[in-house]
Design a binder for this molecule. Structure first.
Ligand code: 6GU
Length: 310
């Protein structure tokens, strides 16, 4: 898989040299390049931002460096002709960057290979679609991902609109909070995607029962010693009964999910739960409701004691 990351803080992406991702790059499973967006500026100050039209706080990333930066990745992709840019920065006659869109975004009749090969532009933004394990799997099936890290108040919208006519563009958020820029989000997304590629993770079996892979959270894990600071490992894990261990782990996954992420249970695909699963969930949810009622009851008592119930 080819990955191109554009940023004005390329050093922010240094962790991509480390650990499993770094090893995948060494093994040539990942062809990852981090680019400094300022390479596509032409002024002495290497300016990448300007004040927003219409006024308001902050600065906006100028379209020109982004346009030229994206031209370089698109020109390396077969069947997606874009402007050839002369050394002076002028578009060469016959090039199409300022003219009609040259490549349409996925048509139904496109072959799977053509879809795979079409570059995807991922634009990290708190206003994007939420990145999930499903997104990671979709993106892991593509040959070429391009990440455009915005800073300040964001990138001039015309860059997104222009790119949308030439590549698949996915504005992506990694959660409901605000970061200073896209770099940290790209670290998270690249790691989530790259670890799904064949050969990146030593033991592919470890992908199977992970949190989110099948819509449930992971079961708790234990290692030696069997007793630590007075706390015992659940005895079933020492029993050697693989069937019982598997059932216990599944019960734990269901209870954990019900307790901390009930939203995930609501969207499980039909047929994901067997009769025992449903029973465990029924117990887990009635237990939680009883607790809630107890808490509500005790806070009513506290409130009346303090005179707040009147
Ligand atoms: Cl992808 N970018 C920024 N700047 N903030 C975010 C985010 C992305 N996802 C959540 N918050």
């Amino acid at each position: 898989m080819r990955l191109d990351v554009f940023s004005i803080f390329p050093e922010y992406l240094a962790p991509l040299d480390l650990s499993l991702i770094g090893r995948a790059r060494e093994k040539r499973l990942l062809d990852l390049t981090v680019h400094d967006l300022r390479e596509w500026t032409h002024d002495r100050h290497r300016t990448v931002d300007d004040t927003p039209y219409g006024g308001g706080a902050g600065m906006v990333m100028k379209p020109e460096p982004w346009g030229e930066a994206l031209d370089t990745v698109l020109s390396a992709t077969p069947d997606v002709p874009v402007a050839e840019v002369s050394p002076s920065g002028e578009s060469v006659a016959g090039a199409s960057s300022a003219g009609e869109p040259v490549a349409e975004v996925p048509a139904a009749e496109d072959s799977a290979a053509a879809v795979r090969a079409r570059p995807v532009l991922i634009v990290p933004s708190p206003a994007g679609e939420v990145f999930t394990q499903t997104t990671a799997r979709e993106l892991a099936s593509r040959d070429h991902l391009v990440f455009a890290c915005g800073r300040y108040e964001g990138i001039d919208q015309r860059v997104i609109d222009w790119a949308s006519q030439r590549m698949e563009v996915r504005p992506m958020s990694i959660g409901d909070y605000v970061l200073n820029g896209g770099e940290v989000a790209v670290l998270a997304m690249v790691e989530a995607i790259a670890r799904l590629l064949p050969g990146v993770i030593g033991n592919p079996g470890s992908l199977d029962e992970e949190s989110h892979e099948d819509g449930l959270l992971e079961y708790p894990v234990y290692t030696k010693p069997a007793t630590w600071r007075g706390l015992d490992v659940p005895s079933i894990l020492l029993s050697g009964d693989h069937g019982k261990v598997a059932r216990w782990r599944r019960d734990q996954r269901l209870r954990r999910t019900a307790a901390t992420r009930p939203d995930l249970l609501a969207v499980l695909p039909a047929g994901s739960l067997d009769a025992r699963d449903s029973e465990v969930l029924r117990e887990a949810t009635t237990g939680a409701q009883e607790e809630e009622q107890r808490e509500a009851g005790s806070s009513r008592v506290e409130a009346s004691g303090s005179g707040l119930a009147e």
